[in-house]
Design a protein around this ligand. Structure first.
Ligand SMILES: [Zn+2]
Length: 347
């Protein structure tokens, strides 16, 4: 009996191997993913810390804690990925102080949206310089002051915005910027228009860690209003060429490298199904209603058909209604309205 069992389990293992081979995926580098609760901080590699900000696409009781944050402790200073909002930036700063007594020298805005860049003011007060891609700096300049004023004018607007002033990017880069002091190496890459025209990523080659901002998120957190979905796919393909084993996304839990492919698959299928719907003379709502993508629901907990805004954006792109170079711009004085002005929001 024992022998038989052993033989059985052996053949089961053989079947499992065969199935694995049939899928012909290169075996992803095994990586232990830390189990984290919201606001937890974990040292995911020597001197590299990840703070998991609260967010949920389904549970309204979960408060939005802004972007995730990563910080890297160099020999003499600290570099932070994403500024978050001013109030959350203070929480992050307090968390950093529990891990090191070195000062924050740079904060890197992955893009210009409020939950990633509006905390610049907090970091500047702590003595840090703000870095970002040229396009991120341009968009924060064009769009930020207006959005900031709007938030300040809101009755129920954020108190941390009312109490502060917008801080712009100090040092910007075109394609790549590198910080390397022999202990840590941090590369900032601009791969093109993705979630916004200014998205850049922070890559830590020694640790094979990629901090993606909102160019790659883990969950149903894609806001596409400022995106170029075709270029976004290209950007993710470029990121997939990096030697990576851990993704620290802009929102959602840390993940293995496969997250990049999942994120890419969403846009590829969204474009394919939307185009098929356009060819069949369907409108965006009808196209969204027909979206299956079971795998997306398994990944995010949200049915793809519930993300009507995303279908609508791709619909507008594929029917030539979007000028990608203008996405994220503030409406110029005089009323000429950049497209699309109705659903532009900071996320
Ligand atoms: Zn964003």
């Amino acid at each position: 009996m024992l022998k038989k069992l052993a033989a059985l389990s052996l053949s089961a293992a053989a079947v499992a191997l065969a199935v694995y081979a049939a899928e012909d995926k290169p075996p992803a580098e095994k990586v232990e993913l830390p189990k984290m609760k919201f606001d937890d901080v974990k040292e995911v590699a020597p001197g590299v810390f990840f703070r998991y900000s609260s967010i949920s696409a389904t549970d309204k009781a979960v408060p939005f804690g802004g972007s995730n944050n990563i910080w890297v402790v160099f020999k003499d200073y600290v570099v932070v990925v994403d500024a978050n909002f001013p109030k959350e930036a203070e929480d992050v700063l307090a968390a950093i102080k529990k891990t090191t007594d070195k000062a924050v020298k740079y904060v890197f805005d992955t893009h210009h949206h409020g939950d990633h860049a509006w905390g610049n003011t907090t970091w500047a007060k702590a003595g840090a310089k703000v870095i970002g891609s040229k396009q991120c700096a341009r968009l924060l300049k064009a769009n930020g002051p207006d959005e900031w004023k709007k938030e300040q004018a809101k009755k129920d607007g954020r108190p941390d915005i009312k109490a502060n002033e917008l801080k712009q990017v100090d040092e910007s880069f075109d394609e790549k910027l590198v910080l390397d002091d022999g202990t840590q190496r941090m590369e900032f890459h601009f791969f093109g228009h993705a979630h916004t025209a200014g998205d850049a990523m922070a890559y830590l080659p020694k640790h094979k860690i990629l901090c993606t901002g909102d160019a790659c998120v883990n969950g149903a957190f894609n806001f596409m209003g400022h995106s170029n979905s075709a270029s976004w796919i290209t950007v993710l393909t470029k990121a997939e060429k990096l030697d990576v084993k851990l993704i620290c996304p802009g929102h959602g839990a840390v993940a293995g490298k496969d997250l990049l492919a999942k994120q890419r698959r969403y846009f590829e299928e969204l474009r394919k199904f939307t185009q098929a719907g356009i060819d069949a003379k369907q409108d965006a709502k009808a196209i969204a209603g027909g979206l299956e993508m079971k795998w997306y629901r398994e990944w995010t907990g949200v049915p793809a058909k519930d993300k009507l805004d995303n279908v609508d954006h791709v619909f507008q792109e594929l029917t030539g209604k979007i000028d990608h170079s203008k996405l994220g711009w503030a409406p110029p004085p005089g009323g000429l309205t950049p497209v699309p002005a109705t659903d532009v929001k900071a996320e």
